[in-house]
Design a protein around this ligand. Structure first.
Ligand SMILES: Nc1ncnc2c1ncn2[C@@H]1O[C@H](COP(=O)(O)OP(=O)(O)OP(=O)(O)O)[C@@H](O)[C@H]1O
Ligand SMILES: [Mg+2]
Length: 243
């Protein structure tokens, strides 16, 4: 671990609990918010994992919005919007920033990637993504092109389920690209369900459940344990599931 030399743009995310109106209503009732005090971020990579609906995307969107990114994805210069509402959570977060200034950054969410690709094309920069329009590439090809061609280093990258578009081989390639970008003074915050991506070694994994955020060793995550048990003996696991 070489954290001391890493660029650490976003140190922590804090919920202003004294100002939150109620922990019984959305988004404050979500496990990812209800139990949020101060979330310390790793200087290189922080993974946020947890069940569907635990509030990972809501939290990431609020962090990204507080940072100045477009809530649906993109950079600080993207200001398209196709969804009606974003949660107001960002107004209740305080970001602890370091004195180091990020020179690059991107908020990438698999679920609204189509709109980000459209915006990239509207901005007239689409040709630099692998020499082909992003809309003429497959979902995974285009997504991967943004990570490899658009992410330039010295940046804060917030990614929501980047694996959704990527084959297992591309997820391995993504680990390599993440490592290059970390070496180029980048910091990542990633919500993921991928046991491949969350294996990145120089990282903290926070697992969310009803009791809040617990920093969890890779081998102790539900994702690792369930996947390992299944792949270790698919026939036995299937027999148990389908009996
Ligand atoms: N506007 C809204 N009003 C009320 N509830 C909402 C609203 N938007 C989202 N939710 C709920 O908030 C919960 C958290 O959603 P979120 O997308 O943050 O979960 P997630 O942890 O990212 O899940 P996944 O792993 O499936 O991506 C969901 O149960 C969702 O139905
Ligand atoms: Mg989500």
């Amino acid at each position: 671990m070489n954290s001391l030399t890493a660029e650490h743009y976003l140190l922590e995310v804090k919920l202003r609990r004294d100002r939150t109106p109620s922990f019984d209503t959305y988004p404050f009732s979500l496990p990812a918010v209800k139990e949020l005090g101060t979330l310390k971020l790793h200087p290189k990579v922080t993974f946020i994992v947890g069940e569907n609906g635990s509030g990972k995307s809501t939290l990431l969107e609020a962090i990204a919005t507080s940072w100045g990114f477009n809530p649906e994805g993109g950079t600080k210069n993207f200001n398209f919007g196709t969804r009606r509402s974003h949660s107001e959570l960002h107004a209740f977060l305080t970001l602890g920033k370091s004195v180091k200034r990020a020179k690059d950054g991107f908020f990438l969410r698999a679920e609204s990637f189509f709109n980000v690709a459209t915006e990239i094309e509207n901005l007239g920069v689409g040709d630099s993504y692998g020499g082909r329009s992003l809309h003429e590439q497959s979902h995974g090809e285009a997504f991967f092109a943004v990570i490899t061609k658009r992410f330039g280093g010295n940046g804060l990258y917030i990614l929501d389920e980047p694996e959704a578009a990527l084959s297992p081989s591309r997820q391995l390639a993504m680990l390599v690209r993440m490592h290059e970008l970390v070496d180029m003074n980048s910091q990542f915050i990633i919500a993921t369900h991928s046991p491949i991506l969350m294996a990145y070694p120089d990282a903290d994994i926070y697992q969310i459940d009803e009791t809040g955020f617990s920093r969890t060793a890779y081998e102790q995550t539900e994702h690792f344990l369930v996947t390992k048990a299944f792949l270790g003996n698919p026939n036995r696991e299937l027999a148990l599931l389908l009996e």
